[in-house]
Design a protein around this ligand. Structure first.
Ligand code: ADP
Length: 603
């Protein structure tokens, strides 16, 4: 899609330019136009014209002679020479002496040329510019037409628009939306049977999963204009402005129907109205206007509203009822296959090595969104350029995943020998625990090269497939793996370090979720103690229980983590020789692959 850019410069800029041009015209060009054309000739020609009696009127000035020919068609001038008999000769030739040959332009003409004409041109240019912009924007530019107009960016039809094929994975969402495309192509098919298209479709999902892309793809596939605006752009400082923008947007959309209106981050205006006095009046008015507008247009007018949000639970129920946003399309994080496809889509734009194993990369990038995968491919390309190569290799991709996960390698962070040894044992502790518990994912890579994120080393686990369900045992094993780093330190060095803070956080989070949300404790059975408030934005939770219960939950969490920590200690103690061998190897090599690790483990 080609976006029609809103003009960056305000109208006053064009007016100033026009004014400068007109002033220059007035000073240099118009006086020249008003002046009669005078041809300069040499004195000899003047003498011969005098002798031939070809001169009509003549005027002798202080430094030049101005004269016309007999027919008074042309005006000439020549320099003044010391020529005593000139007046007499002229008189004899029949020339008429005149005081004024070059007529001053009439005052009326001067006035016309220097004032009226420029003013007309000035107004004309202004009209032309504003007319053109209004046409392009569909009358929508707030900078010049007042703050109450919508700032929707309009994308016009173009052959290079985004198509469904550019959006990899997300097959369910695409299937859902292709119905809309079909409708926009062929509305009669639907109206003849009495079916009406949903007016609004809400795309919900975590950031960077391709919601905007999907909306653009719908417009691209159906070849209709696409209005795009972000929810936050509606909310202004003054109450009523946002509502007026909503009206304006819908007015434009109806004029351009069939078309698609895309409202990104709709939660900015669509938040639940809470009825408190401290409520945000402007936001509520904007929302009310949106509700009214969505009711106001008839079904099957060809205006389809798509909206995207990461926080569906915060939206006002009135917005979600049938007749408004009556369809909800989840756009989730891609699964393994989806990740592979997204990588391939983005790899098309990059010069890739022929034998790249996208499946491995997709496995390594578990939990990554489409936007992150796009970023990974780009980081890999940048790395190839940095190394002066012209194709991107597998190792570029692998390294760029690590960059995205853990930051760049720290070039000059030097660990002391003791620290390096501790980090080696810590990381091998994680990896060994993961590998020994059959249900844990095998290890992809272990490294003790410090990264800019602050990690002194890390163990990259690899998924071997998609997991939709996790059993209690698997979750417990995960906690064992998290705590095994610290367990290894305790076992070998008899002391503990700060290096485990992230592990502690993760283990606690998991243990708490098992108790409060997954019903995996005997004590609380299947009672929800926590609610997820932000499913798509990090999964924040809020407790919904009495303070006494909270205390018991806390005790339970401690108990769970402690138990798994003990299991980790036992597991590592039983395999102490492998722990030493692997840690020694890692200490020496700094980075070892999953295969090397397994080879030593199974020796
Ligand atoms: P959202 O609106 O969900 O936050 P976007 O649609 O803006 O995410 O996606 C951001 C970028 O991520 C896109 O420009 C694209 O490069 C990449 N991306 C996300 N999802 C996909 C996908 N399914 N297929 C291909 N690229 C994707």
């Amino acid at each position: 899609m080609n976006e029609v850019k809103s003009p960056k410069k305000p109208l006053i800029f064009y007016y100033v330019i026009a004014l400068i041009i007109l002033m220059l015209l007035n000073i240099f060009v118009i006086p020249q136009l008003l002046k009669p054309r005078v041809t300069e000739i040499d004195y000899g020609t003047f003498i011969s014209m005098t002798e031939n009696g070809e001169i009509g009127y003549v005027q002798i000035q202080d430094n030049q002679i101005i004269f016309t020919d007999k027919d008074e068609e042309n005006i000439y001038k020549t320099g003044l020479m010391d020529d005593p008999g000139r007046t007499e000769r002229l008189y004899n030739s029949g020339a008429v002496f005149s005081q004024q040959i070059v007529q001053e332009a009439s005052p009326l003409a001067t006035f016309f040329f220097s004032w009226i004409l420029p003013t007309l041109i000035f107004i004309g240019i202004g009209q032309l510019i504003s007319h053109r912009i209004t046409n392009k924007m569909g009358g929508a530019d707030s900078m010049m037409f007042g703050p109450g107009k919508s700032k929707a960016k309009v994308y016009v039809k173009s052959s290079s628009g985004i198509k469904f094929s550019d959006v990899a994975g997300e097959d369910e969402a695409k299937e859902n939306l292709s119905e809309i495309v079909d409708y926009l192509h062929n509305p009669k098919k639907y109206s003849s049977i009495g079916a009406s298209m949903p007016k609004g479709i809400l795309l919900v999902g975590p950031p960077g999963t391709g919601k905007t892309m999907l909306a653009k793809a719908v417009a691209g596939e159906s070849n209709v204009p696409f209005f795009s605006i972000s929810g936050s752009e509606f909310v202004e400082m003054f109450v009523g402005m946002g509502a007026s923008k909503v009206r304006d947007l819908f007015k434009q959309a109806k004029e351009k129907a069939p078309c698609i209106v895309f409202i990104d981050e709709i939660d900015a205006i669509g938040k639940k109205r809470d009825g408190q006095f401290s409520g945000n009046d402007e936001r509520e008015q904007t929302l009310n206007q949106l509700l009214t507008e969505m009711d106001g247009f008839e079904e099957n007018t060809g205006v389809i509203i798509l909206a995207a949000t990461n926080r569906p639970e915060s939206l006002d129920p009135a917005l979600l009822r049938p007749g408004r946003f009556d369809r909800r399309v989840p756009v989730e994080l891609p699964d393994l296959k989806g990740r592979e496809e997204i990588l391939k889509v983005h790899a098309r734009k990059v010069n890739m090595d022929a034998n790249i194993n996208y499946s491995t990369i997709a496995r390594m990038a578990s939990g990554a969104s489409g936007a992150e995968l796009a970023n990974i491919v780009n980081e890999a390309a940048l790395r190839a350029v940095r190394d002066g190569r012209n194709t991107v290799t597998q190792s570029d991709l692998e390294e760029s995943i690590e960059v995205v996960i853990a930051g760049y390698q720290k070039k000059n962070a030097i660990l002391s020998d003791k620290e390096k040894r501790i980090v080696s044992y810590h990381e091998i502790g994680h990896a060994l625990a993961a590998a020994l518990q059959t249900n844990s994912a095998p290890v992809q890579k272990i490294t003790i090269i410090p990264r800019t994120s602050g990690a002194l080393g890390y163990t990259m686990q690899i998924e071997d497939g998609n997991h939709y369900l996790m059993s209690k045992e698997e979750l417990e094993n995960k906690i064992v793996t998290y705590t095994a780093g610290r367990a290894a330190e305790e076992l070998v060095f008899g002391s503990v370090t700060t290096g485990a803070s992230n592990d502690i956080e993760q283990a606690t989070k998991l243990a708490r979720a098992m108790i409060t949300r997954y019903g995996m404790s005997d004590e609380f059975d299947m009672v929800a103690m926590e609610n997820v408030t932000n499913q798509y934005l990090g999964g924040d939770t809020s407790l919904s229980c009495s303070p006494e219960t909270q205390t018991r939950i806390d005790d339970k969490v401690v108990e769970t983590v402690k138990k798994q920590h003990q299991r980790a200690l036992v597991l590592l103690k039983e395999n102490r020789d492998k722990l030493d061998e692997l840690a020694g190897y890692l200490y020496e090599k700094e980075t070892i692959t999953g295969d090397e690790f397994m080879e030593i483990l199974n020796r």
